[in-house]
Ligand binder design. Structure first.
Ligand SMILES: *Cc1c(COP(=O)(O)O)cnc(C)c1O
Length: 378
């Protein structure tokens, strides 16, 4: 096989989706007319309703980003002491715990779903643990039924980081009373399929929790004369909400385009030994992730990544390094023994995946992977 031709310009793992500029400007004109720039104005209300509709279950509150939504969720549930959490996630999940002065306790993941393993959760629950936080990795749901059982038998609260979960066709959540946990957070960061540049949301089935979440995002203020909770500024501005409103019309088209890219990848990767597709097949269209078995494939993920980078394909190692290996957490006792997560972190690779890519781009990336598999190196 002759060496593939490198891409002329870098192909990144994702590229933010943008609505037509005119649509956004038209919405900004109404913001200008209203002189309402933030504090849950008309755009915010419109977007909150629309997101709640698409979520289709429970009650939804908008936040200025997914990380403050996570912190709000922890405060709303009054978690204290220690929180069991997955090491295989974006740093924000674990940072939200630590920023609030709580201690993360890592539990290993399940090898198939790459989400926190309920059996491992039970093993690490000690005195002082008040909650469990799992991440729906690449939109694949945690074992929510089993986790609900573990939580209720130990009196723990459950928060899910569903940052990748909104990037799919509805229903967003399975029809299962345990699917949302006590609170699920969503992220609307610019890199997510649906975004408001920066933004996020909380979803809960409990109206009282939703009331507390809404207070927490606005300094705990109930009224001019009453502040009920230690709150923060977690409000989404009108300028961001307008972007979200403009983006609502982009979701279906972007999903359809990503489905076409995913099919092109899947068809090409099918025959390559040692490559397994682990995301990009409907759970969420946020990422297209493969897992490299170094023995069967004949090369490690890291060496393949070097080849891809040399061809201008900027694939990413989501999620590597593990949160448990990051400086603030690596000395924790629970960070030491996480063999399943460690292997996964060595083997996963997120390939470029966004609607603006062509099927031909996907074919070329597959060719590079095939060439590398066949021993090709630059
Ligand atoms: C994007 C992301 C976040 C962070 O969300 P922000 O809106 O950027 O704060 C948290 N967790 C996961 C799994 C994410 O992918």
């Amino acid at each position: 096989m002759t060496a593939p031709i490198p891409f002329e310009r870098p192909v990144f793992v994702t590229r933010p989706v943008l609505p037509p500029l005119g649509d956004y400007v038209a919405l900004l004109e109404t913001v200008w007319q209203s002189h309402a720039l933030t504090n849950m104005g008309p755009m915010h209300q419109m977007l909150e309703l629309a997101i709640g509709d698409r979520v289709g279950a429970g009650e939804t509150a908008l936040w200025n980003n997914g990380t403050s939504a996570l912190m709000g969720a922890i405060r709303a549930l009054e978690l204290r002491g220690k929180v069991v959490v997955t090491p295989f996630t974006f740093p924000a999940t674990v940072h939200a715990i630590a920023l609030l002065g709580l201690e993360p306790v890592f539990a290993d993941i399940d090898d198939e779903s790459l989400t926190i393993d309920p059996v491992k959760i039970e093993e690490v629950i000690v005195d002082g643990v008040s909650g469990i936080m799992g991440t729906h990795v690449y939109g694949r749901f945690c074992a929510t039924e089993r986790i609900a059982e573990v939580a209720s038998s130990s009196g723990l609260k459950v928060i899910y980081d569903g940052a990748h979960s909104f990037s799919r066709r509805p229903p967003i959540f399975p029809d299962d009373p345990t699917a949302i946990g006590d609170i699920t957070i969503l992220s609307f960061h610019a890199t997510k399929l649906f975004h408001s540049v920066e933004g996020g949301a909380t979803v809960t089935m409990d109206p009282e929790l939703n009331r507390r979440l809404k207070l927490l995002r606005n300094f705990g203020i109930v009224s001019e004369s009453e502040v009920e909770l230690v709150g923060m500024n977690g409000k989404m501005s009108e300028v961001h909400a307008a972007m979200g409103v403009a983006m609502l019309g982009m979701i279906e088209g972007e999903i359809a385009q990503r489905e076409a890219v995913a099919s092109a990848y899947a068809a090409g990767l099918e025959g390559i030994e040692g490559v397994r597709i682990v995301a990009g097949n409907g759970d969420s269209m946020q990422y297209f992730v493969i897992r490299i078995d170094p023995v069967a494939f004949g090369s490690t993920r890291d060496v393949l990544l070097d080849t891809l980078r040399s061809m201008n394909v900027v694939a990413r190692k989501y999620f590597s390094p593990l949160c448990s290996d990051m400086d603030p957490y690596s000395a924790l006792p629970s960070a030491q023994n996480l063999p399943v997560a460690r292997t996964a972190a060595r083997e996963v690779l997120a390939l470029p995946f966004y609607g603006g890519m062509s099927a031909d781009d996907a074919h070329r990336i597959v060719e590079i992977i095939e060439w590398h598999h066949g021993g090709g190196r630059l």
